[in-house]
Design a protein. Structure first.
Length: 56
């Protein structure tokens, strides 16, 4: 019953990844180094998503 209110960790990670990709795109016009760092973080989150989906 209490599992009803539990957030889906994969959905949360996807939302976080999309936000990082948007920031990276916006930053790519200003500072390429920071954009690359944000893309690396998004890539790490993608790896976590893949791991979680493989476990399920």
């Amino acid at each position: 019953m209490f599992g009803l209110f539990k957030k889906d960790p994969i959905a949360k990670l996807r939302k976080q990844r999309e936000q990082l990709l948007k920031e990276a795109f916006d930053m790519s016009k200003i500072d390429r180094t920071k954009s690359d760092a944000l893309m690396a973080k998004a890539d790490e989150i993608e790896k976590k998503i893949i791991q979680l989906t493989e476990k399920s």
